[in-house]
Design a protein around this ligand. Structure first.
Ligand SMILES: Cc1cc2nc3c(=O)[nH]c(=O)nc-3n(C[C@H](O)[C@H](O)[C@H](O)COP(=O)(O)OP(=O)(O)OC[C@H]3O[C@@H](n4cnc5c(N)ncnc54)[C@H](O)[C@@H]3O)c2cc1C
Length: 424
């Protein structure tokens, strides 16, 4: 069993360690994931000199480790919760804008000729009991009213058309969702960024960031860089060198397994429409076929904040078999994990703090959103208010008293969710 992402088989990581960095740039970006690279490409195309620093190898963070599932990422608070926090106009704006995320990324991939195995599959979410089905129905009615027909309910009698699992009491299909290979997408972004003139410096953490009278000084292992503007794109990997941001994101570990190849007739039975999949458990689980349809990629919340591959593999295999009992003897080829960034209001954030531009806090749904936010961030930094506008602007990026970036309390919260799931 390998402890590296399945995706890296088809899209290997670079290992060259650079020995130089520029002394002065227009823009320095911290973090070479989807947020940072998308920001960099627009800025470089607009004529800026841009350097992107990455603490680890390229794709070290979540961007080459995720499940590759794309969707509008409708807000966890639900429409009522959103209206309560932000008012009706912003809520409707957020929901309608979110619908465009997948098409936005699909168009970007096409326009840049990036082959990332993108497939518009839709997503089936199974309801684990009747009350979940009813709650989902209510939520979908509300969403469809605001956004148009974005999803339809699957009655229990029809669910065999969507899934080979008998664990559900019907469910819902979201029409817009899609799947891709995130590491291929990430490698494609790196190529596009370099062609646009972006200098990417992996294995080089920004250790210190100081504001000056005319910009910023950044310190790395290679020395000092002067930049007129900086973009903070570190998401769940935000470190102590960025304390204001670190106090605002909750890094949680998410883990994934890939199964050994499964016979095609079994795959056709378990995932008849080769969609993206999830269910209504409190302990998030997400699953899908590999792009070539030969195995299942199954992810969920890791039980510890540390990477514990053996425990993650065991727990995820058990979780998968609750949905698909016939996989109990199917082996695992890969297990890996990464960090997702939750926020106290369950929303991603984009804006500026103390002269530093930032986009982060995608709450585990960031493949399409971080790409979209990255581009918005670039337009904001260029002073293009119209292209930079989003309904996610100006949401209060909250922290809590005594929280400094270590979510020590999360294992207890997750334990509670696990307990509640067992009550089903
Ligand atoms: C296991 C897993 C499964 C997921 N599945 C899905 C999914 O199916 N669908 C979905 O939409 N989303 C998913 N996500 C979330 C999604 O991957 C992220 O939201 C998205 O990749 C965030 O991109 P980013 O560029 O903002 O951050 P990242 O890709 O995490 O990049 C941030 C980078 O900043 C670097 N960094 C931090 N500090 C410094 C510093 N001081 N100097 C230099 N570099 C620094 C880090 O090394 C890191 O590489 C998943 C995440 C994980 C971990």
């Amino acid at each position: 069993m390998k402890h590296t992402p399945f995706w890296w088989e088809d899209a290997p990581r670079e290992t060259t360690i650079p020995e130089t960095q520029p002394a002065k740039v227009d823009v320095a970006i911290i973090g070479a994931g989807f947020s940072g690279l998308n920001t960099a490409i627009i800025l470089a195309r607009a004529g800026c000199s841009v350097v992107v620093f990455e603490a680890g190898q390229l794709g070290e963070g979540a961007s080459s480790r995720n499940g590759g599932m794309l969707g509008p990422s409708f807000h966890k608070l639900g429409i009522a919760g959103l209206i309560n926090q932000y008012g009706k106009e912003t809520t409707h704006g957020i929901l309608r804008e979110s619908i465009g995320f997948v098409d936005f990324l699909a168009d970007f991939l096409t326009s840049k000729n990036i082959d990332a195995d993108l497939k518009h599959t839709g997503r089936f979410q199974g309801a684990l009991r009747q009350s979940h089905f009813e709650a989902t129905q209510k939520r979908i009615d509300g969403l469809n009213q605001v956004c148009g027909e974005i999803a339809h309910m699957i009655q229990p009698k029809d669910q065999h058309l969507e899934t080979g699992s008998t664990r559900f009491t019907g469910g819902v299909v979201y029409h817009m969702d899609a799947g891709l290979n995130p590491a291929k997408y990430h490698n494609g972004l790196i190529d596009v960024a370099r062609k646009a003139g972006v200098i990417i410096v992996p294995y080089t953490a920004v250790q210190n960031l100081a504001k000056t009278s005319n910009g910023f000084n950044l310190t790395t292992r290679l020395g000092r860089v002067q930049a007129d503007q900086v973009a903070i794109c570190t998401n769940a990997y935000t470190g102590k060198e960025l304390p204001w941001f670190r106090k605002r994101v909750l890094p949680l570990r998410s883990a994934i397994i890939t199964t050994e190849p499964i016979p095609s007739d079994v795959m056709a039975r378990l995932m008849p429409k080769s969609r993206m999949y999830g269910d209504t458990r409190r302990m998030v689980a997400y699953y899908r076929p590999s792009p070539d349809g030969t195995c299942i990629i199954f992810g969920g919340r890791a039980s510890s904040l540390r990477d514990q591959p053996a425990a993650n593999a065991r727990n995820l295999h058990r979780s998968m078999c609750e949905i698909y009992p016939e996989l109990k003897d199917t082996g695992i080829s890969h297990v890996w994990s990464g960090l997702v960034a939750y926020t106290f209001d369950h929303a991603p954030h984009i804006g500026q703090h103390n002269g530093m531009d930032y986009a982060m806090g995608y709450c585990g749904s960031g493949v399409a959103r971080s790409s979209y936010f990255g581009q918005k961030l670039a337009y904001k930094m260029l002073g293009d208010a119209e292209k930079g506008h989003t309904y996610f602007d100006n949401l209060d990026f909250q922290t809590k008293p005594l929280y400094s970036g270590n979510p020590w309390f999360m294992p207890m919260v997750l334990g509670w969710h696990r307990f509640m799931d067992r009550m089903i």
